[in-house]
Design a protein. Sequence first.
Length: 186
Amino acid sequence: MNWCGTLMFVAARTSQTNMANRHLQRSVAMQALFEWDFQGRHDEHIKEIVDRNVTEFAPGLEEFGFVEALVKGTLENRPTIDALIEKCAPEWPLDQVTIIDRNILRLGIYELMHGNYGEVPPKVAINESIELAKTFGGESSARFVNGVLGTIYREMGEPMKDDTSKKHKEGVESEVVLNDIANIPE
């Protein structure tokens, strides 16, 4: 293998490692949010919960800033996120959605609203949420998560639907659209 081929191999391997690392961190974030929700939604305990979940479910993970950013951002934006869940799944009051599904949706919506599309395009955020639902949720969780996030994605105007380039938008316009969706009267 020549040096160019070696560089391409290393770059591909690094990209796969980063994706697997983000997937693991997303799983840990979901588990931390589950625990936070299950134990009564005490925001003051979230740092301790995150630290414990990283230690338990991702031993050896040296950098877990993505976990912290996901959890912090999800909790900071929870009122808007929860309003979107209620609007896009009106037949399921939020307190009747399973804790797992509720927190997978919160993470997915947070990534759709505030994620860096250059790192995690909207369709990847949706697919990651569906994978979490398949792994941790019930029999119909993946379908439910897909339906709610798909509705929100369509309401956003399907950002990056046809984008195949390496340059992606930062998602500022989508955040405004999602906030507008959450505030539409029924």
